[in-house]
Structure formats: C-alpha cells, structure tokens
Design a protein around this ligand. Structure first.
Ligand SMILES: Cc1ncc(COP(=O)(O)O)c(C=O)c1O
Length: 416
C-alpha cells in the first residue's frame, strides 16, 4: 500500500496553502506550475496525477544518483535493522567509517570530518572553525553567492536573503566572484576565511577564470587565512571529478559537502578539514553540537553513495555525457542566437545563459510544460541551471537536448 495520493491534488494544494505556505501556492499558481510531487524513480519525477518531468534540477545535486536509488535505499534498510540515529556525543562505527571514506577521497592532507544535517549547518561549522583557528573575524565571500540560510551561511550569502532579518554576525565582506584583485584588496590581517562555491549555482553557474582558485590559495597562504570551498553542489562527481575544486588542482583548507551525500534518501552533510585546523577542535570536542548530524543510519546510506561514486565508469559517464551536452549546447547557441548567448559548463554543472533576465523564468515554465524540470538562477535569472542526475545515460542526455531545442524555439516566439 502506498503512502501517497491519499487525497485529491486540489485538496492538498488548498491545505498546503492553509498550513504550510500560502505564498508558495500563490507563486506557483501565478507561474502556471501546477505540480504536486508524487512517485519518482531514476531521472524522473511525477505529479500526483501522473505528469512526468525529467529532473534536471536535482535540488542542486541531492538526486545525483537519481531518485530513490535502490542501492542507497537497501543500505539504509540494512542499517535500520540494527541502528537508529545514534548519539552524536558517543563514538560510533558508522561515523568513523564514513569519515575515513570522505578523507580518503579528498585532496591533500584533509583528514578530519565534522558531520551535520544540512549544507548551511556545515558551512556555519566551517566558518566557526576558521574564526576559532585564526582568532580573527572577517569572512570574504562572493557577491551573489549562496551558502544556505543558517546564521553564518546566511551572512556570507546574497543580501536579498538576509536583509529582512536585521543585523547578522559582523565581519562579512563580499567581492565579485572570480576577481582576484578585488579579493586581494579586501584581505588583511583580520581575514579569518575566504569562502567561495567552486561554481556558484544560484549566480547562474558562473565559471571562474582557470587560475582563480590557485590565486585564492596563494592569497590565503599569504594572509594566513582559511580557504573554505563550498562543494555542496559541485562535489561528489558533479564536475567530472570527486570535488569540483579537484578540476582546478587546488587543495583548500576546508571542503563543505551536503546534498548528494544523502543519496536523496537520508539527510547528511560534512565539513572536511585539514590537520592544522585540528588543535581547536581537539581542545574543544563538545563545542559544536548537532543532534542529528551524521546520524548513524544516514552514514551507511552515505557510504553506499561513496561506493557508487567510486565505481569504475561512474565519473567516466559524467565526463562522456558532459561532452554530449557540450556539443549540444554549441549547436543550440548557433541555432538560437536570438535567445541563447552562452553555454556555461563544467562537467554536468551546466548553465546556458539567455539573452535577458526575463528569459529564465519563462524557460522554467516552458520546460515544465514540455516535461523538463530546470530552474533559473535566482541571483542571475538570465541563466538556467541544468543539473541532471549523474547517472543519466547518453540517449537521455540527447532527449534533454532535444527538449531544450524545442523550449528555446518556444522562447524565441514568446519574446519576439
Ligand atoms: C552551494 C550551496 N551551499 C550551501 C547550501 C545550503 O544547503 P542546505 O539547503 O542543505 O542548508 C546550498 C543549498 O542549496 C548550496 O547550493
């Protein structure tokens, strides 16, 4: 017996508006997006009434392994036979094994892990650690960047999400992403940390200059600041390597991961850090508490995620399918020059840039009607975020490109 579709769709929407979010219901109604999530599997999600979409948003990578990956579900079920969430104060096998695996796939001497539940929480932890380690306050991040909605993560993100909430933690400075000169000018002996997404998704999949992160590393070394890499979206294979920052050949001091680590099945996030940051945590082992962070059953789901990521052929598939998209985007740019101006891409982190900010919301709606879930970048609505599941196959990628071709044609007519 299924737990879903126990009530008519219209009644769910009405009650959702009453008890969860009247604003969201109004927004989706006005946007003409009439969708209540129902069954899902692999690259597809369905509406309660059966409308099917290819998920090319994947909640920023949560569904890297597709929806309801059977291996991750099995790992969780097996763990549930003996375990529960566990007690985060105590030593546990699950956390130990997962930490060991995470550091083994991380660059340089990153060898320690603090577990959390969400990406924002793990970002907060990274900033806390950087401040405690350096004894300094200032944190530099990107204008238009996005790190989540918890306290310090919110302070590091775009103004629009924090403005209504009054004064946040002091010491946050923002510079244009990819601009080393601006970064250098902002850094001094008060800089605790520099935090960037490897490729800012909400800013419209902005690809930094090739030497940017080597420059960030050099500046952090020069000013003795902690380099924090937000890999919540770009990590775990998305860019064709384990970590997006690996594709730039740079070792940060802290890597933050979340989203895809859950396998889309059990929430978990992690702050991975280098050994030289450990003295503070060693002296203060109970200073950061997260009741559900690194829940034991979730560790086994995440271990399965890492097993899949590690298998021969997994990253190769990402690279091969990315090449198909690259070629397809080049063709789409030629075919639709009136609406598509640029194809931003690193692996399967992709963001075609359209001619104007109106185009992102329009193409999101057109995609919904056509059967493709894509979402524009909130901090740059002219870019469309395209993040298919990493398990997508060649034929499915070609299908997505053909959807996009049709969607761009519709967009051309709409804006002409
Ligand atoms: C780059 C990045 N960092 C951090 C976060 C925050 O993650 P969470 O929503 O799990 O708190 C997100 C969420 O979208 C994100 O995209």
């Amino acid at each position: 017996m299924s737990v879903i579709a126990k009530q008519p769709k219209a009644s769910i929407i009405e009650k959702y508006a009453q008890h969860v979010s009247s604003g969201k219901v109004e927004f989706f109604t006005q946007a003409g997006i009439d969708f209540v999530t129902g069954k899902r599997a692999g690259i597809y999600i369905r509406d309660l009434e059966g409308k099917q979409l290819i998920n090319c948003h994947c909640n920023g990578g949560v569904f890297n392994l597709g929806h309801r990956n059977p291996r991750v579900i099995k790992a969780l079920m097996l763990a549930l036979e003996d375990l529960d969430i566990g007690n985060h104060h105590l030593i546990s096998e699950g956390r130990t094994l997962l930490a060991e695996r995470l550091v083994n796939i991380s660059p340089g001497d990153i060898n320690r892990v603090i577990f959390g539940v969400s990406g924002g929480e793990a970002i907060d932890m990274a900033i806390k650690l950087a401040r405690a380690h350096t004894g300094r306050v200032n944190v530099i991040s990107a204008l238009g960047g996005y790190h989540g909605h918890t306290g310090l993560a919110l302070a590091a993100g775009d103004e629009q999400y924090r403005k209504p909430f009054g004064p946040l933690s002091p010491g946050f400075i923002q510079v244009p992403f990819g601009d080393l000169e601006a970064l250098e000018a902002a850094m001094d002996e008060n800089t605790a940390a520099v935090i960037f997404e490897t490729i800012p998704a909400t800013l419209g999949i902005t690809i930094p200059p090739d030497d940017f992160f080597a420059g960030v590393r050099e500046l952090c070394n020069r000013f003795d600041a902690v380099m924090i890499q937000d890999e919540v979206q770009t990590g775990l294979g998305r860019c064709g390597a384990i970590w997006g920052i690996d594709t730039y050949g740079v070792v940060p001091d802290i890597i933050v991961t979340g989203k895809g680590l859950s396998g889309g099945i059990y929430p978990i996030s992690a702050t991975l850090y280098r050994e030289h940051l450990n003295p503070f945590m060693h002296a203060n082992p109970f200073i950061h508490i997260s009741t559900f962070g690194g829940a034991e059953v979730g560790c086994y789901a995440a271990l399965e995620v890492l097993d899949i990521l590690d298998e021969p052929g997994f990253l190769e598939n990402v690279i091969e399918v990315a090449a198909i998209f690259e070629q397809g985007f080049t063709e789409l740019c030629k075919k639709h020059p009136v609406v598509m101006v640029e194809a931003r891409q690193r692996g399967l982190m992709m963001g075609p840039k359209l001619i104007s900010p109106q185009c992102g919301p329009l193409i999101t709606r057109i995609g919904f009607d056509a059967g493709l879930l894509v979402i524009y970048g909130n901090n740059d609505p002219s870019a469309v975020q395209i993040l298919p599941p990493l398990i997508i196959e060649e034929a499915e990628a070609r299908q997505v490109l053909s959807f996009l071709d049709g969607m761009l044609s519709t967009l051309e007519i709409m804006i002409s």
